[in-house]
Design a protein around this ligand. Structure first.
Ligand code: AMP
Length: 217
């Protein structure tokens, strides 16, 4: 299964991606997580460049991002499929991905676009917390950990991403609407495109995605 998960920041892509990656046993490729994993190493040049862009809520330059994705797609575990979360984020990246797929002789099975209005997104991002160790996603009211501030999976500390602060969220949304939303047009006429309502609960969204993929039996 080769899947792209699309939608504005905070719509629930990461949560849905975790589920789908387990269900289909395919790697979850989040370019955001890959960049964040490089942050802590001061010698990692790409990590330090990415950190500056991410801190401002801007997109990391395409040449860096596309190169990272190409390297990831060259790893052995991707043979059985993959799920992209947060890539491609503009038309240039969508075109670069098409070239990579052609190079590997792969086609996409599904492009899933999860939709929710901006006000809901701002609220969800403000309450989002992530595990500093494994990146698992929580929410202060909608998806609480068993113990406040602590990851259920590995006991890691739950933190608020600096780019989830309100001002940066607004900038990320503006960038999403101007640069990433046009990518929907790039895919929406394909048979593999599915628009999913992301305004309900995590379970509602998940059921709708599974139904679209014919996995609800
Ligand atoms: P995410 O975790 O997907 O919300 O990504 C967090 C931040 O990482 C974004 O706001 C961008 O600054 C950067 N980023 C993640 N994926 C990409 C991408 N495909 N292209 C450019 N920047 C990205």
């Amino acid at each position: 299964m080769r899947i792209i998960l699309m939608g504005p920041p905070g719509v629930g892509k990461g949560t849905e991606a975790e589920y789908l990656s387990q269900h289909f046993q395919i790697p979850h490729i989040s370019t955001g997580n890959m960049f964040r994993a490089m942050f802590d190493d001061p010698d990692n040049k790409i990590g330090q460049i990415a950190k500056a862009y991410i801190g401002r809520g801007e997109l990391v330059p395409d040449d860096i991002t596309n190169e990272l994705v190409l390297e990831r797609l060259s790893e052995a575990d991707v043979e059985k499929g993959f799920l992209f979360d947060g890539y491609p984020r503009n038309i240039n990246q969508a075109e670069a991905l098409d070239q990579m797929l052609e190079q590997f002789d792969w086609r996409l099975d599904a492009v899933i676009n999860i939709i929710a209005p901006d006000e809901m997104i701002v609220d969800r991002l403000a309450g989002r917390r992530v595990c500093k160790v494994c990146g698992k996603i929580y929410h202060v009211t909608n998806r609480k950990p068993k113990v406040e501030g602590v990851c259920d999976r590995d006991g890691g500390k739950l933190i608020q991403r600096t780019d989830d602060m309100e001002e940066t969220v607004m900038r990320r949304l503006r960038i999403y609407n101007s640069q990433t939303a046009p990518v929907i047009g790039y895919y929406q006429h394909s048979d593999a495109f599915y628009a999913i309502d992301g305004t309900g609960t995590i379970k509602n969204t998940n059921n709708a995605v599974m139904k679209a993929l014919g996995e609800d039996k």
